[in-house]
Design a protein around this ligand. Structure first.
Ligand SMILES: Cc1cc2nc3c(=O)[nH]c(=O)nc-3n(C[C@H](O)[C@H](O)[C@H](O)COP(=O)(O)OP(=O)(O)OC[C@H]3O[C@@H](n4cnc5c(N)ncnc54)[C@H](O)[C@@H]3O)c2cc1C
Length: 300
């Protein structure tokens, strides 16, 4: 019997397992960890986290710590918003913009200095090495008595733990009776061009790590197909300000999972089980949600 079983090896599940301590197992249905969370831009932008700015700042500290402990590439960086100014940042003009991003030719921008980027692929690889993850394990049913989980049914047989954290993200509805909506977005990866920070333009975001990552729409749907019209728009928007290699790119889709009240999901769904997931900036909030989930179950 495990002390804690975490269902789902996306970013939230891995953080939950990391905070869960010894004798914790992650049950992930895919053969690799990350799955949906790999189609994220892996950025934290506290000034744009709305009323969760404090949580995003706290999350940056968690990521700084884990990046340094596990040797994951992370960078503290600026955010340049080229339109739709919020008034919360500092207004800068052409010459100063060039000192941050020499290749961007814009007259005005709003500058924030406290953004962060985490190389997601490395995050998942390093976390996988340091956690007990049972890949290819699909949880098909929760066996409960009253409001108490007795065990989980999986494709590999029954699994028991004292406590359970459901970090099932975009597949939450298939396992638990919770009202969540999915917002699909696409991630474009292409060759690096020397972008220094996070750039936001016409609702699209660009950031560079081991590759250049561009991210676009957020549409309420559970359809997994690529919306090429939207992908082309993202490419066209960034091509107007950056020299992007449009010949060698890959595109994937992913989901943001949002609960009906528009808040992140951290809910005690059983006496010994908590559901946590996602939100629109769910990569950023993952350590914060994981900590709250672990606390709700009185673990550690
Ligand atoms: C294009 C795009 C860009 C984004 N950029 C950012 C960003 O820059 N910053 C940010 O903060 N957020 C961003 N997000 C949002 C962020 O990626 C998501 O909120 C986050 O990945 C959600 O993670 P999660 O672990 O909660 O859920 P998921 O990623 O949905 O993970 C759930 C996991 O559970 C597994 N699972 C589900 N059901 C079962 C089962 N029954 N048995 C076993 N395993 C199961 C799944 O296989 C999956 O691995 C972006 C999203 C998209 C789509």
């Amino acid at each position: 019997m495990y002390k804690l079983a975490v269902i789902g090896g996306g970013v939230t599940g891995l953080w939950a397992a990391f905070m869960g301590g010894d004798n914790t197992v992650v049950l992930e249905k895919e053969k690799t960890v990350g799955s949906n969370s790999l189609s994220s831009l892996w950025s934290i932008m506290p000034p744009l986290c709305g009323d969760m700015e404090e949580e995003c700042i706290r999350a940056e500290k968690d990521y700084q710590d884990i990046c340094s402990d596990l040797g994951i590439f992370c960078k503290d960086t600026h955010i340049l918003k080229l339109d739709g100014f919020t008034g919360k940042g500092r207004q800068i003009e052409k010459n100063e913009i060039r000192t941050f991003e020499p290749q961007i030719n814009a007259e005005h921008a709003e500058l924030f200095e406290n953004g962060m980027f985490i190389e997601g692929n490395e995050f998942f690889t390093r976390m996988e090495d340091s956690l007990n993850i049972d890949k290819g394990t699909v949880v098909t049913k929760v066996n409960s008595e009253g409001n108490f989980i007795k065990s989980l049914e999986t494709n590999k047989g029954e699994i028991k733990a004292e406590k359970y954290i459901f970090a099932t993200g975009y597949l939450t509805k298939a396992l638990l009776d919770l009202d969540v909506s999915l917002f699909k977005g696409h991630l474009i990866k292409t060759r690096r061009i020397g972008l220094n920070g996070i750039v936001i333009y016409k609702g699209r975001i660009a950031v560079e790590g081991r590759e250049l990552y561009l991210n676009g729409d957020s549409t309420k749907t559970d359809d997994t197909s690529v919306n090429y019209e939207s992908v082309n728009e993202t490419i066209s928007i960034f091509s107007s300000i950056l020299r992007i290699d449009v010949q060698n790119l890959t595109v994937s889709t992913g989901f943001r999972t949002v609960s009906s009240d528009g808040r992140p999901l951290v809910r005690k769904v059983f006496e010994n089980g908590v559901a946590i997931t996602g939100f629109k900036f769910g990569f950023a909030l993952a350590p914060v949600l994981a900590r709250e989930g672990v606390k709700l179950l009185n673990i550690r």
